[in-house]
Design a protein around this ligand. Structure first.
Ligand code: SIN
Length: 290
């Protein structure tokens, strides 16, 4: 690695561990993700538990909770402790407007989220985070893991020259790209928004790389060829650098909460012809600033 890359990694991996009073936090990797134990998400959390959870969330970006037998109301209450619930868009035909069913039926040709992305980046005010509660894992007993990548570190590991090229640029995120090859539902206009390419996280104030191959169409300040080349280079960082990512292996009743502002995720479809089921709730965020 170049010295600037080592410095970026070291800044994360040598940070001092925190002491928590109401829960336990065990890192999934030194750079992203943690398993949190000691909480029952089926009960209302205390102010102190919530404050410690928020600290762990900002430190680790992805929190994994095991053995959580919870109702949809418990799931919504937990999500509402972090912000306003975000209605599913396009709205579900039946059922709760805030619950997205993440369901793979047997012998499905495709699954939801099978590509690197963050939720809602085409919206003018992208999502703060998402909570996915998986209750049924593939019948084979394994498969369907989800990968999560740290986009702070993706930015921090860029060379100083690349950082100065990217700082100040914007990128267009086009919701219609997510439908590639599939019809857009009637009466639904996919959102399309422009965000800084390098964003400052609204709570930590740290810089991060905010482009993803599912939604980002182009960089308007560059020519079409330049934009394609720069985006392809930036899109390649996450798949080419496994150290940016952690892998969550689901068990029934695992809930994962991730930060959509600084994390990309990728569902893995390695369990054909089996099924999988969960429910996801997203939380509203605000406008993103460079
Ligand atoms: C998603 O939110 O993109 C789905 C993730 C998953 O199914 O693991």
């Amino acid at each position: 690695m170049e010295q600037y890359e080592l410095d970026a990694v070291k800044a994360i991996t040598t940070r001092p561990a925190r002491d928590y009073r109401t829960l336990s936090v065990r890192g999934l990797t030194p750079v992203i993700g943690a398993e949190v134990s000691g909480l029952d998400l089926g009960t209302e959390l205390t102010e102190e538990q919530l404050a410690e959870l928020k600290t762990a969330f900002l430190d680790h970006q992805v929190l994994v909770f095991r053995d959580q037998v919870i109702t949809a109301e418990d799931h919504k209450r937990l999500a509402a402790s972090f912000g306003e619930l975000r209605p599913v868009n396009p709205p579900p035909e039946n059922g709760d407007p805030y619950i997205l069913e993440v369901a793979t039926s047997a012998e499905a040709a495709n699954v939801f989220g099978n590509g690197w992305h963050a939720d809602g980046t085409a919206d003018a005010e992208p999502s703060l985070g998402s909570m996915l509660h998986i209750t049924e894992i593939p019948e084979a007993g394994s498969g369907g893991d989800t990968l999560f990548a740290n986009m702070y570190l993706a930015y921090d590991m860029l060379s100083p020259a690349m950082k100065s090229l990217l700082d100040g640029l914007t990128a267009v995120h086009d919701g219609s790209l997510a439908f590639r090859g599939h019809p857009i539902p009637p009466n639904y206009t996919p959102p399309c928004s422009e965000h800084p390419l390098v964003v400052r996280h609204p709570e930590t104030d740290r810089k991060l790389l905010y482009v993803n191959p599912a939604y980002t169409s182009h960089i308007p300040q560059l020519s079409a060829d330049e934009s394609r080349a720069v985006l392809d280079l930036l899109f390649s960082f996450v798949p080419n650098r496994p150290m940016l990512a952690c892998r969550v292996r689901w068990e029934p009743n695992t809930l994962v909460f991730w930060d959509n502002r600084c994390v990309q995720h990728h569902a893995t479809y390695d369990y054909y012809p089996h099924s999988r089921y969960g429910q996801r709730i997203a939380i509203n965020g605000g406008p993103l600033k460079g």
